[in-house]
Design a protein around this ligand. Structure first.
Ligand code: IMP
Length: 176
């Protein structure tokens, strides 16, 4: 079986400190209100879980899953909703929790779908953003880290379904 030893790009401690800042901004922006976090599966599960623990507002959790890259390292350009939220988001403060905005196609499509459901607000939290490959601009309200055009794994992100369990963001280098 193919096995890589990834290099650490963003450490566990760096992630935790940045999440403190993102949660603080969310707590301030929505002070006194309830928020619904929509965790975009599968990649955002760890980010969502850790961020949610740092949010001090009344919070509800939903999941959505969109068609993914499969085993490839680039987008097919085809986005489908595979799993939808279970409750209505009408009149609610929604924060979409995503692992990474790459081309932006997935998020742009998802935000269009959610806005049609008449929420009070829709904000986007993304752990990572790769500006080099962005063809569908989206506003990221709560951004963890901007990164170079490298394929990253760990902290929920996968390559061919693997490496999601790593507690840091790593980079696969050809040859190791
Ligand atoms: P986009 O539609 O091109 O922005 O792709 C977004 C999705 O592609 C993310 O939610 C990830 O699941 C996946 N993806 C994009 N870049 C990477 C990467 O570097 N590592 C792992 N998954 C990625």
């Amino acid at each position: 079986m193919e096995q890589f030893n990834p290099d650490v790009l963003i450490s566990e401690d760096e992630i935790s400190l940045r999440l403190d800042e993102l949660a603080k901004a969310i707590n301030q922006d929505f002070a006194g209100e309830e928020v619904v976090l929509i965790c975009v599966l599968k990649g955002a599960f760890m980010f969502c879980s850790d961020l949610m623990k740092k949010i001090s507002l009344p919070v509800k959790l939903e999941f959505m899953q969109l068609s993914s890259y499969g085993d490839k390292m680039s987008s097919s350009g085809n986005v489908k909703v595979m799993l939808d939220v279970t409750g209505s988001i009408k009149g609610k403060n929604v924060i979409v929790i995503e692992d990474i905005v790459d081309t932006g196609l997935t998020l742009k499509t998802l935000l269009e779908i959610l806005k049609k459901r008449d929420p009070k607000a829709v904000k986007l939290a993304s752990l990572l953003y790769k500006p080099a490959r962005n063809t569908h601009p989206v506003d990221i309200d709560y951004l963890g880290f901007e990164i170079e055009d490298k394929f990253v794994i760990g902290y929920g992100l996968d390559y061919a379904g693997r490496y999601r369990e790593l507690p840091y963001i790593g980079v696969i280098n050809a040859g190791n």
